[in-house]
Design a protein around this ligand. Structure first.
Ligand SMILES: [Zn+2]
Length: 309
């Protein structure tokens, strides 16, 4: 049986929040079957829980946030969500003493490391996945994103940045996660942005934690980070990382293909909601038999040898 997963032990990390630039302390804790992903704001008295739910997701200029029915928000959830999707973790409690998660290195890699350090535990209940049965498409100007039936998980993803440096990198890829490894090929891709935008935002008291420690910074022609890129197509890979995180805020892994052109947080969320609004386009599936699983996750040990998706 393909089982639900949580983590074995609690694990704590501190880091800078992107928005306020202040230190944030985050503790990831195991959670029971069918909990889903729950954020707990322990800076509030009493603490407030915010459950990841596609309908409560919004996007800001900088990140994806979730706001509960009481109006309490948690920001910058997408990179953790992407890591949780990559490891197939269904149930987790994320305690945080701020309104934002730490940005860490701007990728999903530190979250993968933390979750693997905590250990992954299989739980005694079947994992429920969302199987796409017919295409669902959303558009915004020339941008679009579509979910299509596919027996596995695959992305056909294109970006189109008219920047001289980004244009020289790969801007279109098809990744089939029965072959491609999320951890190896996607999780390390960092956020990117223009240095001049960061300076403008800083002037408006925004993105105070943004720096070359947690983003790839560009000027009009080149990458400013002395260490360069982690992948030759890091820009494209980060957009895939974001989309995988955004789509996981529905709480379930998808069996299907994501095809997208110039999509971002807002459109990813619109796609997820369009899907959930049309129950005839998908169904929940579980797998009692381990044979012929359309998706494989790494073992609960700290093995990097097996591909996700
Ligand atoms: Zn991102």
């Amino acid at each position: 049986m393909l089982k639900q997963r949580t983590i074995k032990n609690s694990v704590t990390e501190t880091g800078i929040g992107l928005h306020k630039g202040r230190k944030v302390r985050m503790t990831l804790k195991p959670a029971p079957v069918d909990t889903g992903i729950v954020f707990r704001r322990i800076d509030l008295n009493p603490p407030v829980d915010i459950k990841a739910d596609a309908r409560d997701v919004g996007d800001t200029m900088l990140c994806t946030c979730i706001t509960n029915s009481e109006g309490v928000s948690i920001h910058t959830v997408e990179h953790l969500a992407s890591a949780l999707s990559g490891l197939g973790i269904d149930n987790i409690m994320v305690e945080v003493d701020s309104y934002e998660l730490p940005i860490l290195d701007g990728s999903a890699s530190p979250f993968i490391f933390l979750l693997q350090s905590a250990g992954i535990e299989e739980q005694d209940a079947p994992k429920r996945m969302i199987k796409i049965n017919r295409p669902i498409r959303v558009e915004d100007d020339d941008k679009w994103a579509e979910l299509r039936p596919h027996d596995g998980f695959r992305v056909d993803f294109q970006i189109d940045f008219p920047h001289p440096f980004i244009k020289q990198t790969r801007q279109h890829v098809v990744m089939d996660f029965s072959v491609n490894s999320y951890i190896d090929e996607v999780s390390r891709a960092r956020t990117f942005g223009f240095m001049r935008d960061l300076e403008l935002m800083n002037d408006m008291n925004l993105a105070l934690g943004g720096s070359m420690d947690n983003a790839v910074a560009l000027d009009d022609y080149r990458v400013l980070n002395p260490e360069g890129l982690r992948y030759k197509d890091e820009f494209l890979k980060h957009k895939i990382l974001d989309a995988i995180g955004d789509l996981y805020l529905g709480g379930h892994s998808l069996i299907g293909e994501l095809a997208a052109y110039k999509t971002g947080h807002g459109l990813n969320n619109k796609l997820l909601n369009a899907l959930l609004d049309q129950p005839d386009a998908w169904e929940y599936v579980t797998f009692e038999d381990d044979k012929n699983l359309p998706i494989h996750y790494i073992e609960s040990t700290n093995s990097f040898g097996i591909t996700f998706a």
